[in-house]
Design a protein around this ligand. Structure first.
Ligand SMILES: [Zn+2]
Length: 110
């Protein structure tokens, strides 16, 4: 199938898609490990590469109302987390334009 991704990250700790191992983000880009996704533990990242974003939808979460988009791995089409477009609570606005990756769906890659 050839190279399934365009961006190739370098560094000691790269996170990739568990399914196809496309590079997704970097250990240094983790903002918080204190999140929960649909599959359990999830991390908040400053930046994620090699993904496609879905249409924005409004979701009520335990931390309030948010506009989010599901994000999919560009390599295999698997949903790996979501992106925060907008948070309505002031205390949650640090998450805007950041990304959640579900720990269960990613792995450390070389
Ligand atoms: Zn993938």
């Amino acid at each position: 199938m050839g190279l399934a991704y365009n961006t190739y990250l370098t560094g000691p700790n790269i996170y990739g898609c568990k399914n196809c191992r496309s590079h997704l983000s970097n250990y240094d880009d983790i903002v918080s490990r204190n999140f929960r996704g649909q599959h359990g533990k999830a991390y908040l990242f400053n930046n994620v590469v090699n993904i496609t974003t879905e249409e924005p939808t409004e979701r009520n979460m335990t931390t309030g109302r948010h506009v989010v988009r599901d994000i999919k791995c560009r390599g295999c089409g698997e949903t790996v987390g979501w992106k925060y477009d907008k948070a309505f609570e002031k205390s949650e606005q640090y998450k805007e334009n950041k990304f959640i990756l579900e720990a269960e769906l990613i792995c450390e890659v070389e």
